[in-house]
Write a protein that binds this ligand. Structure first.
Ligand code: NTF
Length: 828
């Protein structure tokens, strides 16, 4: 397809523009020449595929230009290393970012096809678990949009996050097969394959002049095959890549064994090797497959570091230049192995001395911490390390020895407790390597992901490191891309914004402020609320299709969508629902605005309580939705298989956003931002980014409840007694006791008792009972406000209009200025 400079309206943006006829021709051509079919035979999948291929023609041209632009100028680039990229679908987003959505819609319509239907054919790229992976996806969108030289590095998992089904209310996990029949967006790059050593032993050679030289004799080698996914910035000035590594055996199969009749055995090596990139690990599950996970992390880091050095060496011969040209951002501790791997390459293979190599590493790596939860801080057993990566363990020991001697001993002479706490090695019966310590010791900057979280990183998680390195710990508050999370997912609201404040909010979200004066304008309110209503109508259809439940769009859509975790407190929401249900049963005239409680959440397969909460919510939903006594005042729907593409439909349809974590435990949250951006009101605790949202929106326009971070700490120090709340609040008591009965599980009393136990006998670690009364009060206020639609609309507009800060472009500008020192190089 021919591309030209863009139309009058966005003259400054060099967007490939196509006419409707050209787009039609492009798609038909791809059907014929790319897929060997034609428009009469093709099914929707083929039409989707052909449309993607036609779009690729626009993308590839820009990709090549970006590549030449960056390589020609030998630019400094950031390499974003992340085990997770939760990309979702790419077609609609690419069309929006290329600014050819409308013309493609029109082109397909002319061919008798509906673009939205075709978009629904695309499997989600679910290469992530939740917030951390979705953040990485938003960040690479922003990096490309802002014109920064950047590469995302990840793993080309054969199976992304599991598909969730419910059987009798219980979560069943099924494999996700996102690329069973190929993926039109990816390009294989065999010219950049890497060989990755594993296992084996280390030999020490003594050279009289150079001293000891280490040689790692690997026991096995894996082949890392890169697949590139072009990342189109909005306005298409820059197209960066996401490079995903697939593991293969270095030999396809053993020819001799095959010839001798060992058909299955000849494949053993192949299947062992392919296991490494076979599945995404649900990050918050327990023990299983530790060795595989460590190999997976190392494989990914080794491929990426080698690739970074290969590109660096193309234009540079002086190692001093490396930290000037290369920034490596470690997205959590999962890619920590990149540190000892870079040390190993520089020392063992490139012959640099230790101090020089260490200096380079310390100037190259930065690390983002995403959680304070102790169970999520990665540790690997020394024994496992020694077996899989013997040379890396030696390097880590040396980094540790030097750190303890040169840094800790100098600051706190003779203080062995400090040394034990800060050491990379945890001394216990099963000695462990603490990955976070290695990251903090090495990185030149360490950031948390929201202001309160970054403070807690300094005061609670790494206080001694903060004393040692007072300028190292910084904050970069998270953000979300307005391209996907408003323009693409909520076309109604996007159009209203275009008409009201112009269309450049997409690139400058602060412009949303322009709607604040309209918050009290009844015409604007009406349009705003009509759009919400329409989005609810569409959501109601999806609910009906997937679960059979009918919901009224006049009810409040109260939504909690996020991973299932006790600290996120879906169980608090659950006991609120039970409270309302009980009130309705006791008094059928109980006056409340009808509510639809919507949930979407996957539980880690090994996380018992999380699965129990899903089961309970499903059982409660069954009962409530079929109880005619409550006259449809209450509905509960747990949508199966929560994922990015479903989220895109749920955020725009929500009235209430549930952000109810125990204060101090949700590092930031990003769903909170997406809801507000789409005009939902938040019921939330003063936690994570909720705090900064309250600063921007005004606390009085949110429903803030519960204990603050300091109050949580005080209560825990004093000694928290959940039974006090239980015995002092008869309503709470009756609701919890209900869980012991067989009311929700007829004939099987006790099936929901674990939830009650966790809240009483097991200590209610996440303080649900302490926050219950205040949560109920917040919900009363929600009910009251909704009765006044104008007042509700005003607040919803004030929320959306205040979201400028929570834009991933702003986050990336913060990283670029505070951490990466990166310059923009958009194509002219
Ligand atoms: C998550 N962390 C946090 O729990 C969220 O609060 C935060 O918004 C996202 O990261 C993105 O920063 C994780 O997923 C992990 F893996 F660190 F636990």
């Amino acid at each position: 397809m021919a591309t030209k400079k863009m139309n009058k309206k966005t003259e400054s943006v060099a967007v490939p523009s196509v006419t409707c006829a050209e787009m039609q021709q492009g798609i038909i051509d791809r059907l014929h020449k790319g897929l060997a079919t034609d428009k009469n035979k093709a099914n929707n999948k083929a039409w989707w595929n052909a449309t993607c291929l036609a779009v690729n023609e626009l993308v590839f041209e820009k990709l090549t230009k970006t590549h030449h632009n960056h390589a020609g100028k030998d630019t400094r680039a950031v390499n974003y290393l992340s085990l997770e990229f939760l990309m979702g679908r790419l077609l609609s987003n690419n069309l929006q970012n290329l600014q050819v959505f409308k013309v493609t819609e029109e082109a397909l319509k002319g061919l008798g096809k509906d673009l939205y239907e075709l978009c629904d054919e695309e499997p989600d790229m679910a290469l992530g678990n939740g917030g951390l992976g979705r953040l990485a996806a938003c960040f690479i969108d922003s990096l490309a949009t802002l014109g920064y030289p950047a590469i995302g590095y990840g793993i080309h998992y054969e199976h992304g996050l599991f598909k969730q089904e419910f059987q009798d209310g219980r979560q069943i996990e099924r494999p996700d097969t996102w690329r069973e029949y190929g993926n039109p967006w990816e390009i294989c790059r065999p010219e950049s394959i890497q060989l990755i050593p594993l296992y084996g032993y280390v030999e020490t050679l003594y050279d009289p002049t150079e001293g000891a030289k280490k040689i790692w004799h690997a026991g096995q080698k894996l082949k890392g095959v890169p697949w590139d996914i072009p990342i189109v910035g909005y306005g298409a000035k820059t197209v960066n890549i996401l490079r995903l590594w697939e593991s293969r055996a270095s030999e396809a199969f053993d020819w001799d064994v095959f010839n001798a009749g060992g058909y299955v055995d000849s494949q053993a090596e192949k299947s062992r090797a392919e296991t490494v990139s076979k599945v995404l690990y649900p990050n918050d599950s327990t023990d299983a497959g530790k060795e595989l996970r460590l190999i997976q992390q190392y494989f990914f880091c080794a491929c990426s570091v080698k690739d970074i050095l290969r590109r660096f060496k193309r234009a540079n011969s002086d190692w001093n230049e490396l930290p000037k040209k290369v920034a490596i951002q470690l997205n959590d501790t999962h890619p920590t192995m990149a540190i000892p791997e870079l040390m190993r390459i520089l020392i063992d293979l490139e012959g640099l001395d230790w101090d020089f190599a260490w200096d380079i590493c310390q100037k190259t790596f930065a690390y983002t911490n995403h959680t304070l939860l102790p169970e999520a801080l990665e540790k690997w057993s020394v024994g496992l390390f020694e077996k899989v990566l013997p040379r890396h363990l030696e390097i880590i020991y040396e980094i540790n020895a030097q750190f303890l001697k040169n840094v800790v001993e100098k600051k706190w002479p003779g203080d062995d407790q400090k040394k034990a706490k800060l050491s990379i090695i945890e001394e216990s019966d099963n000695r462990m390597v603490r990955m976070a310590n290695l990251c903090v010791i090495t990185a030149y900057k360490v950031n948390g992901v929201a202001a309160v979280h970054s403070e807690l990183v300094k005061t609670d998680l790494f206080p001694e490191f903060h004393e040692l390195f007072p300028t190292k710990l910084v904050n970069v508050t998270n953000g979300v891309t307005p391209r996907r999370w408003l323009k693409t997912c909520n076309p109604g609201l996007a159009t209203l914004l275009d008409e009201t404040i112009g269309d450049d909010w997409v690139l400058n979200l602060d412009k949303l402020k322009g709607i604040l004066p309209k918050a009290t304008d009844s015409k604007f309110q009406q349009r705003f609320m009509d759009i919400k209503k329409q989005n609810k109508v569409e959501m109601a259809k999806i609910i009906k299709e997937t679960t059979g439940v009918e919901v009224s769009v006049d009810a409040i859509f109260d939504v909690q969508i996020k991973r299932l975790h006790e600290y996120k407190r879906q169980q608090l929401n659950l006991i609120h629902i039970l409270t309302l249900y009980k009130r309705l049963l006791e008094n059928p005239d109980y006056d409340m605005v009808p509510r639809v409680f919507l949930f979407g959440a996957k539980a880690a397969p090994g996380y018992h309580m999380a699965k129990e909460i899903i089961f309970a919510l499903n059982k409660i939903a069954d009962k409530v939705n079929n109880d005619t006594r409550i006259k449809d005042k209450l509905k509960v729907v747990f949508l199966p298989n929560y994922r990015v593409s479903l989220a895109e439909k749920m955020f725009p349809a929500a009235d209430i956003s549930e952000q109810i974590s125990t204060a101090g435990l949700e590092a930031s949250g990003t769903g909170n931002m997406k809801f507000s951006l789409n005009g939902a009101l938040t019921v939330g605790t003063m936690d994570g980014a909720n705090i900064e949202m309250a600063e921007e929106i005004g606390e009085q326009h949110m429903f803030i409840f519960g204990l603050s971070v300091d109050e949580v700490k005080d209560l825990k120090t004093k000694g928290y007694k959940p039974y006090d709340y239980y015995y002092n609040n008869p309503e709470l008591k009756s609701v919890l006791d209900w869980l012991d009965s067989d009311f929700f599980t007829p004939g099987h009393p006790g099936l929901l008792s674990d939830i009650k136990r966790s809240l009483l006998e097991w200590g209610d670690e996440y303080l649900c009972l302490a926050d219950y009364a205040s949560y109920l009060e917040a919900h009363q206020k929600i009910d009251a406000l909704y009765r006044d639609q104008a007042a509700w609309a005003e607040k919803a507009i004030l929320n959306a209009g205040a979201m400028g800060k929570f834009n991933s472009d702003r986050s990336i500008e913060d990283y670029a200025s505070k951490i990466w020192k990166l310059k923009k190089f958009p194509i002219a």
